[in-house]
Design a protein around this ligand. Structure first.
Ligand SMILES: [Zn+2]
Ligand SMILES: [Zn+2]
Length: 263
């Protein structure tokens, strides 16, 4: 976070897919560092049952205090776990060695494009009234005319959707869960020649990840959680690209921009 220059004070929700060391052991350290930075804003943590015990035990054993509240939400069943004004978070049970969830961040529909020329032509004074229209509210002008947002704005625009699988084998219902995603971040631990091992250990191969992305009608696929046995992920990338062309391999500090739709 320091190297990426992400503030320790910003709004933060942590989604844990499952209770394996490589997915949870970093969290106590992050929380402790945030306390050293005197964070005050709460942190929400979501994950399968057991995360509460894990965090409480670590905190007690290591005997560290926090300067901010940690709200722990254990997810009992799949479905919508959070509904914010701008987005929702949905969890789906995935298929790993232990109970595990995949997550979808679904942005809500955004207001349509605003046309300043139309507003000027209708004689709406620049300022507060423009903002109200942009917020989707009707306004009344001094001469009594009522202006609707649709008079100066285009149709509402679709939001974006990002899906993160966590560790998993391919599982029933994933394509529907990830339908039309702008981005799927899919684990791809072993290459295609180790498909049997992948199935046994609760992981996926590049071809499986690519098939899921294709079935979901996704726009872009990022492979992650590559086994340390591969010094270079080129082979895995090649295998996925044969099925789903728009695939890349995740790297630390990678930034991916997902364009707004209909703008
Ligand atoms: Zn795991
Ligand atoms: Zn893992």
């Amino acid at each position: 976070m320091m190297q990426a220059k992400v503030s320790f004070h910003k709004k933060l929700k942590v989604l844990l897919t499952h209770l394996h060391g490589d997915h949870v052991l970093g969290l106590p350290g992050v929380l402790q560092t945030m306390a050293l930075m005197d964070r005050k804003e709460p942190v929400q943590v979501y994950g399968p049952p057991g995360i509460k015990d894990f965090l409480v035990c670590t905190k007690e054993t290591l005997n560290f205090g926090l300067t901010f509240p940690v709200e722990i939400n254990e997810i009992i069943s799949e479905g919508t776990i959070l509904n914010e004004e701008e987005y929702s978070l949905v969890a789906a049970k995935s298929s790993h060695e232990v109970q595990s969830y995949a997550y979808a961040l679904i942005e809500k529909r955004r207001p349509g494009k605003f046309y300043p020329k139309k507003a000027e032509a209708l004689g709406i004074p620049l300022g507060e009234l423009w903002s109200k229209l942009q917020d989707g509210k009707e306004i009344t002008l001094h001469d009594g005319r009522v202006i609707k947002p649709s008079d100066v704005m285009g149709p509402r625009r679709a939001g974006r959707k990002i899906v993160y699988t966590g560790d998993t084998r391919p599982f029933d219902g994933f394509a529907k869960f990830a339908a039309d995603a702008d981005l799927i971040i899919h684990e791809s631990t072993f290459d295609d020649s180790l498909a049997e091992k992948a199935a046994l250990d609760g992981h996926s191969t590049p071809s499986q990840a690519a098939e899921e992305a294709q079935a979901a009608g996704a726009k872009k696929l990022v492979l992650t959680h590559i086994s340390a046995r591969y010094a270079d992920a080129g082979l895995l990338l090649e295998q996925a690209k044969k099925i789903f062309a728009d695939t890349i391999v995740a790297e630390d500090f990678m930034n991916i921009e997902l364009p707004l739709k209909g703008s």
